[in-house]
Design a binder for this molecule. Structure first.
Ligand SMILES: O=C(O)c1ccc(O)c(O)c1
Ligand SMILES: [Mg+2]
Length: 624
């Protein structure tokens, strides 16, 4: 598949954008007119730069508001067009994108539009330019790709075809299977964009909220399937108008973009295999990736800290046992059931405790790592001694290290043999191996910087096959927190990504959205009782909360008393019940313990605002 990207997707100058696209590995680019107009570089210099970097210039765009106009306007439009065709000759670009008229059209007549477009096509032919006519979703008379194609068919010129843009088609819920009725040689260009489903006017939606494939809600593998079945084999180009991508590092965005196309190529291949069978052949070559099964669980979580005492104490209070220190590194292992927490003091100078790494159980770590690297994940350089387990790791967009660990049938991990309990046990090392009430990690919740959120979603979706659940918004004293759960089908992995509000000016902001690990247990009240006896600092829950709980759920007095005494939170739905509590925060991390009863599948979402407000109250008090 030939990959391309519109310069409008990225921040920076045209030159910076071109470099970023080349570095990320694109085959070509679309030059967005505005980027050229403001560039101090001549068209010839741009052409040379792209050429040196091995990028083809696939499209010049957009040319706007041409057809359906009065004769005097048409004259002016032809004059404007001719200047652009000359410019395209200097740039060495063969195809121009023409949007359907959104503003100046006054005559709603396909025959007339086609006749005017014939004049444009004949003028373009003198400059060897092809015209790709694209229906914008808010076009005045033409806003549907099949309508634009009918007009292109009437124009009936070899240098006049259509451009299909997934946003304009899927945002309006036009049936994309109509693509298969368009002759492949008349599809001059394809633009892809994903977007979250939103109820707002389509122009604002398109200009501000497009995202890369895999980051939104559109069924793009199916969309690509129609193009492939139509016989299309031209460039597949990303055209993403997005407020965040326009202001963040263009090199990083270009890599995110490339990842989305690599992943989509694979998804399209899999979709076509599903619908057409393995023997189906088509002109477009679709690259595939190493296939991996879903990860089955968390192998470990790693907390990095200069001072480890506070984290050790929390783990002890939760019933974890100290399993020892690494043979060669300043790293501790704490375990309970199949929950393993590594506390790492390496390169942790001045570092408050924070989650630095997550280990995922996978069938084959080498294959899983190779898939991640093909998806442009950065490998984490690691030094291991000859007799140590070799662990594969890549960096997630928020710099959390993602370890791909070999899953074992009994839930143990081979690398734990490198830890020896004898050498200098810390205080509280006794643990409580007779009462392993905590069984495993239920979920991990990571705070994402707002500018890397979409990238993180695509990263976890493409490299680890985590599926996105509907996202929610949770009020906190500092603003709305967006919460996005990603999980595997069997719930072996549940990962919640939280995006803190963008404008964090409050002094406590930085510490207001710590990450956390939630442990699953078999008896929450017993865990809480033990923890209280060991002096755990629970996150306090206000009395108002319990009054509301009683009003909503009519809990029996005794349960309500117990919940309130231990600062436990509660939720219930048709499938079951959920009990949980939070520890105080140390540095940038805290822990949660949860008990799922029956088939409860959520995360106690109604309780999250209570937690965020309680954490805010605490951090404010600590500041004072
Ligand atoms: O929003 C626009 O104007 C616009 C311009 C060019 C395109 O290809 C497009 O999809 C939208
Ligand atoms: Mg477009």
């Amino acid at each position: 598949m030939r990959t391309s990207i519109a310069t409008v997707c990225l921040s920076g100058t045209l030159e910076e954008k071109i470099h970023a696209c080349a570095e990320a590995g694109f085959d070509g680019i679309e030059i967005f007119e505005q980027d050229l107009l403001v560039s101090p570089r001549s068209p010839e210099q741009i052409r040379m730069l792209a050429d040196e970097l091995g990028l083809s210039l696939d499209l010049y765009q957009p040319f706007r508001d041409f057809e359906g106009v009065t004769e005097d306007l048409l004259e002016a439009n032809l004059y404007r067009a001719e200047a652009k065709f000359k410019l395209m000759n200097l740039l060495g670009i063969g195809t121009v994108l023409l949007c359907t008229n959104v503003a100046t059209a006054t005559i709603d007549d396909d025959e007339l539009a086609a006749a005017q477009l014939q004049r444009l096509a004949d003028l373009a032919a003198r400059y060897s330019v092809r015209i790709a006519y694209e229906a914008l979703a808010w076009g005045k008379y033409v806003n549907d790709f099949e309508h634009a194609w009918r007009i292109a068919d009437l124009v009936d010129r070899p240098n006049f075809g259509t451009c299909l843009d997934s946003f304009h088609i899927l945002s309006r819920n036009w049936d994309p299977s109509g693509i298969e009725k368009i002759p492949a040689e008349k599809i001059f260009f394809v633009q892809l964009a994903d977007a979250p489903r939103m109820s707002m006017d389509v122009l604002s939606w398109s200009r501000h909220h497009r995202v890369f494939p895999g980051e939104g809600d559109f069924a793009l593998a199916q969309f690509m399937g129609h193009l492939v079945r139509a016989g299309y084999n031209g460039p597949v180009s990303l055209e993403i108008f997005n407020d965040i991508f326009r202001q963040t590092d263009e090199k990083r965005t270009a890599v995110d973009a490339m990842r989305s196309l690599i992943w989509l190529e694979e998804q399209t291949h899999l979709h076509l295999q599903d619908t057409e069978g393995p023997g189906f052949s088509y002109p477009m070559e679709l690259a595939t990736l190493p296939k991996v099964d879903d990860p089955t669980g968390f192998n470990f979580t790693e907390v990095k800290a200069e001072h480890t005492g506070a984290v050790q104490e929390l783990l002890y209070q939760l019933g974890f046992g100290y399993a020892g220190r690494h043979r060669t590194k300043p790293v501790q292992l704490w375990t309970q059931g199949q929950a393993r927490v590594v506390i790492n003091e390496q390169q942790a100078r001045n570092l408050e405790p924070s989650i630095a790494a997550l280990g995922f159980d996978v069938e084959n770590p080498v294959v899983a790592a190779s898939r991640a690297v093909q998806l442009k994940a950065q490998p984490v350089p690691r030094q291991s001694q000859a007799d140590e387990e070799v662990l594969q790791a890549v960096s997630a967009p928020d710099s959390t290290e993602v370890f791909l660990c070999e899953a074992s049938a009994d839930g143990t991990a081979a690398w734990t043999r490198e830890f020896t309990p004898e050498s200098g046990a810390p205080e509280h090392a006794a643990g409580d191996p007779t009462a392993e009430l905590i069984t495993r990690v239920d979920h991990v919740n990571l705070s994402q910087p707002w500018q890397h959120y979409d990238e993180a979603v695509l990263f976890y979706e493409s490299t680890l096959s985590l599926a996105r659940q509907p996202s929610t918004e949770v009020p906190s004293p500092l603003g709305l927190v967006r919460s996005q759960v990603m999980r595997t089908e069997d719930r072996g992995i549940r990962l919640a990504l939280n995006v803190a509000p963008m404008a964090l000016e409050h002094p406590t902001a930085a510490s207001s959205y710590p990450a956390h690990v939630a442990f699953a247990c078999t008896d929450l009240i017993a865990v809480a009782r033990r923890a209280l006896a060991r002096g755990l600092d629970f996150l306090p829950v206000p009395a108002n909360y319990y009054a509301d709980l009683q009003a909503r759920f009519r809990l029996d007095e005794q349960l309500l008393d117990t919940l309130q005494r231990y600062n436990l939170l509660y939720d219930r739905d048709e499938d079951g019940e959920f009990l949980h509590f939070y520890t105080a925060t140390v540095g940038n991390v805290f822990f949660e313990v949860v008990e799922r009863r029956g088939g409860y599948d959520g995360y106690g979402a109604p309780n999250t605002p209570v937690r965020l407000a309680a954490q805010y109250e605490r951090s404010r008090r600590e500041q004072d």
